[in-house]
Design a protein around this ligand. Structure first.
Ligand code: XMP
Length: 509
């Protein structure tokens, strides 16, 4: 595997994904974690960072000691850190260099840039510049504005050290993937054996080992991660996996039955429990978004525990946790460990004395989908849009009632169905409709109406952290607006949300 030392760059996860795309396994480790060498590690990549290497509190590691044991690739800050520690000079440059640049390759025969075209486009994002290289180092490439865009330690008996001032991991570095491949395969000698097929076999074996003849309980949500995790567990231990899928009354139209049917098709042992009314009771009079979230979360745990109490001899809890949920992030404000907890079903593991089974803990979302395809999970199930845990409850602004849920389900169904029919669904990251607590006047035939307004939302995004509103065709919007107003009694006006995130959010609550 490859170790990626994180110095807090916004692009660190992209490096990891690029490495994984080359079918090489890697892990992101915060720079301050003590390093334990083991023979499975074939190389180290030093990430970028928002810091300058000359700042007093800049994050540092001893690059030389890493390089004594392993091949090293420095990226941006990582390159500057290597240059500085080996005796080069790094200074603030007059202007921040940000954006596209063209590589001028100086060394045709270096293994790292082998096969890269002259004038290859790369992406720069840095404030400091390497003014002079250490002795025994040589330049591999320059650009119009900087003399050192790529360099290496001159060959000696030790391990190679390469460094890039630009970011090979971002999309705009058009041949970046090839450079990363060169580092992984030709410099570090990695074998490209990190494939969905290999992962499935290893994961199933690992689950068999861990669970033995025990039993696993798991809450399924209908989402991609829990479906893929449950399928892996089920392939390992069969019906000793006990899945529970709760109808909380705020799922999409017909979703409960459709998802249960899919689980059945996959062969999962899942019990569907309809607790709609309990959830509507808990949501009564609640208008504050966070209170709604809390009410749903708390009741969900109660329901899950109730169901679990019918089962005996359960010692494991399965979860669909994925890698971005557990990566310790390095923050500009000093080391910190932010770990999202929304996947954890409250404090259930401790409360019920259960050990966790998290087969997807080291996978990125795109890898989860690839594993899902390998497991032959139906395509529609794997490529559905993300859907929040509190469901339609946070898309009904104000108080949630069964009547409003029905209204929103019908409208949303028309919208999402049409996105699919018009082949727009897969290019959109997430789409949904929001029922606004605003009534307005309309006219239908000779009749005056006074009904709800529905907002349509569709965004493009990579990870949901930032998002742009999707530029849906006007004709499509016109068609949807008509369909909804003509078919859903209670809605007489449809609007389209044209806010990006930030400053807006994807959900309205
Ligand atoms: P926002 O609205 O923060 O949403 O831009 C980003 C992503 O997170 C989802 N989301 C949630 N998911 N529980 C969840 O499981 C929640 O309370 C929640 N709130 C937002 C949202 O759908 C989007 O994909």
């Amino acid at each position: 595997k490859i170790l990626i030392l994180d110095f807090g760059s916004q692009y660190t996860q992209l490096i990891a994904r690029a490495v994984r795309e080359a079918n090489v396994y890697c892990e992101i480790v915060p720079y301050y974690k003590p390093f334990v060498f083991d023979s499975s590690i074939k190389g180290v990549i030093l990430s970028g960072s928002p810091f300058s290497v000359n700042e007093e509190n800049a994050p540092v590691v001893d690059v030389r000691s890493f390089n004594e044991q392993l091949p090293v690739l420095g990226v941006c800050y990582g390159a500057q850190l290597a240059a500085k520690q080996f005796g080069g000079r790094v200074e603030k440059s007059n202007k921040r260099e940000y954006g596209r640049a063209q590589l001028q390759i100086q060394q045709q025969h270096d293994v790292l840039l082998e096969g890269i075209s002259s004038h290859s486009q790369v992406w720069m994002s840095h404030g400091d510049t390497i003014l002079s290289l250490p002795e025994d180092f040589e330049i591999l490439a320059t650009t119009d504005s900087i003399p050192v865009a790529a360099f290496r330690k001159k060959a000696d008996d030790g391990h190679p050290l390469h460094a890039l001032q630009f970011h090979p991991e971002v999309y705009h570095s058009t041949e970046g993937k090839k450079i990363i491949y060169n580092f992984l395969v030709n410099v570090c000698g990695c074998t490209q054996d990190w494939t969905p097929n290999a992962f499935v076999h290893e994961a199933i074996e690992a689950i068999k080992q861990q669970v033995g003849d025990g039993q696993v309980i798991m809450a399924l949500s209908g989402g991609v991660d829990s479906t893929v995790a449950a399928t892996l567990i089920s392939r390992a231990i069969g019906d000793r996996l006990h899945g529970i899928f709760v109808d909380n009354g705020v799922l999409r139209k017909n979703e409960f039955q459709q998802v249960l049917d899919t689980y059945k098709e996959i062969g999962l042992n899942v019990r569907g429990v309809d607790r709609k009314q309990l959830f509507y009771d808990a949501l009564k009079d609640k208008v504050d978004p966070e209170e709604k979230r809390k009410a749903i979360g708390k009741l969900f745990i109660d329901v899950f525990q109730q169901e679990a109490s019918d089962l005996t001899n359960i010692s494991f809890l399965g979860q669909g946790t994925i890698y971005p949920d557990v990566i310790e992030s390095v923050s500009v404000h000093g080391p910190s460990a932010t770990i999202k907890s929304h996947h954890n079903v409250g404090g259930l593991p401790e409360k019920m004395h259960l050990k966790l089974i998290e087969p997807l803990k080291y996978l990125f979302k795109d890898e989860v989908r690839k594993v899902g395809l390998e497991l032959e999970i139906p395509h529609d199930q794997l490529f559905r849009h993300p859907f929040p845990g509190p469901g339609l409850a946070i898309r009904i602004l104000g108080e949630v009632t069964a009547e409003k849920v029905k209204l929103l389900q019908d409208a949303d169904d028309i919208y999402v169905r049409a996105l699919k029919e018009n082949k727009l669904y897969s290019s959109i990251w997430q789409a949904g409709s929001i029922l606004l607590p605003i009534k307005s006047v309309g006219v239908m035939g000779d009749e005056r109406t006074y009904e709800h307004t529905l907002a349509l939302r569709a965004v493009t995004s990579v990870d949901g952290m930032t998002a742009d509103w999707a530029h849906l065709p006007y004709d499509f919007l016109a068609h949807i607006s008509n369909e909804i107003i003509n078919n859903v009694r209670g809605i007489n006006r449809v609007v389209y949300d044209i806010s990006s995130k930030p400053p807006a959010t994807i959900e309205w609550e």
